[in-house]
Write a protein that binds this ligand. Structure first.
Ligand code: HSE
Length: 437
């Protein structure tokens, strides 16, 4: 029997992920030790409420409310508390004490990533976070390691399961937004306060993490343009399908050149978008996540799977735990987070993409020509127009669905303002970006 050196592992947080990590670590300890080349001894699980009901059983003798003492006695600290504080303080304490840290905490990374990575670099420790984006899906390590020799051009991610579930229900069951949200809440996907998911805050944090990693550039959270899905209506989703698209909340990270200034940089944005039905992301149903990566040499890659869930997320955490243990065995300093490219982070106004604009107009001679003129006056080129006519109470009305060629956000915004003010337009029904073409 091989004798391994023991590494002391402390878990902070006994919620659904924390309790599953503890349980799997105890159950598969011998196998994980053989993979890591070191014993992984769970020395404790710090919790707020020792009496709380847990998804997986943690032996009572391992439970403590004294997180700080636990941290000081550990070689590897696994932070699964979530939120900013006290998680940030505990991560810093652990790094300063020389421990490697594993976290699933997207909020603390998106808000304080540079501070935490710098602390890790100073002491030669490692900060791992595979579970922070996409739950069980391996995406951090592929971006950091497997694609380290390539150049990522763009990432299109479905990184929020709750909103994907809601939009998928609106598409496949014809639910309206409130019905789909209620079902997401009933199934436990949406929190009691669903704001972070449906307003895109959760996805924006993940976009900041992915963009920073993919482009070797710190992309701060406040530089991520964010729109949620609360204004998406059933009729839009239905019309999108008829036109060959599905509506998805996307996190989009891309390299781009600002057309006006010629500055080359990167951008990150989160908003609902139309995805062509034949794009692989269109097939991502329910609460699943997927990250579609376009790299210069590798071409297109897609990473797909469960974006949340206690045991699923625990899989990613345990993968990090084995990596951290291997590094302890090998010795040497941790590898610093790469931000060497330090590219300018460009605002949403630098982005060019295609748009679908749905207008309600009066069906009279000259209306189409007037609208076409408005588009050309603002430098936006129309690719396709479809029209459906119905009899209104006073006059026949038409719905126009216009798809543009690639256009600048600023040009599109001024076109929409002009359309809304035009006497021939009754209302601008919806404006959605088209991605993945
Ligand atoms: N609330 C997130 C989601 C899971 O719905 O995908 C955790 O990031």
């Amino acid at each position: 029997m091989i004798e391994y050196r023991n590494l002391r592992v402390a878990i902070l947080g006994g919620g659904s992920v924390g309790s599953q990590v503890a349980s799997l670590l105890l159950e598969h300890g011998a196998e994980l030790a053989a993979r890591a080349g070191a014993g992984l001894e769970l020395v404790g699980v710090a919790v707020r409420d020792p009496k709380a009901t847990r998804d997986a059983v943690i032996p009572a003798e391992l439970i403590t409310t004294d997180a700080e003492s636990l941290i000081l006695g550990a070689d590897i600290v696994v932070e699964l508390i979530g939120g900013i504080e006290p998680a940030r303080t505990y991560i810093l304490q652990a790094l300063h004490s020389g421990a490697d840290v594993i976290t699933a905490n997207k909020a603390v990374l998106a808000n304080h990533g540079p501070e935490l990575f710098e602390a890790a670099e100073q002491v030669g420790a490692q900060l791992y976070y595979e579970a922070a984006v996409g739950g069980a899906i391996p995406i951090i390590r592929p971006l950091r390691d497997s694609l380290a020799g390539d150049r990522v051009k763009r990432i299109l991610g479905i990184v929020n399961g709750t909103t994907n579930y809601i939009l998928d229900r609106m598409d496949t069951w014809g639910d309206d937004f409130d019905e789909a949200l209620a079902e997401a809440t009933r199934l436990g996907y949406a929190e009691a306060d669903p704001t972070a998911d449906i307003e895109g805050f959760d996805a924006a944090q993940k976009a900041s993490i992915l963009a920073s990693l993919a482009f070797h550039t710190t992309v701060p959270l406040d530089a991520v343009h964010r729109e949620g899905i609360t204004s998406v209506i059933r009729e839009q989703v239905h019309a999108a399908r008829k036109a060959g698209y599905v509506v998805k909340l996307l996190a989009i990270c891309e390299r781009l050149t600002d057309a006006a200034t010629g500055v080359e940089g990167v951008s990150a944005r989160v908003h609902p978008a139309l995805v062509p039905l034949d794009h692989p992301l269109a097939a991502v149903h329910g609460a699943n996540n997927a990250v579609f990566v376009e790299a210069e040499a590798a071409g297109s890659l897609m990473f797909y799977g469960a974006g949340a869930g206690g045991i699923q997320t625990a899989s990613a955490v345990l993968g990090d735990l084995v990596s951290a243990a291997r590094r302890h065995v090998a010795g040497g300093p941790g590898v610093a987070e790469s931000t060497h490219a330090n590219l300018p982070v460009l605002p949403i106004s630098s982005v060019t993409t295609r748009y679908q604009i749905t207008l309600s107009v009066v069906d009279e001679p000259g209306v189409l020509a007037a609208i076409a003129t408005l588009f050309s006056d603002h430098g936006v080129s129309v690719e396709a127009v479809s029209q459906s006519v119905r009899d209104g109470a006073d006059a026949p009305t038409a719905t126009l669905v216009i798809v543009t060629h690639e256009a600048a956000e600023s040009a599109l915004a001024s076109t929409v303002t002009a359309l809304a003010a035009s006497p021939v337009v009754s209302s601008v029904v919806s404006v959605l970006r088209v991605e993945g073409l």
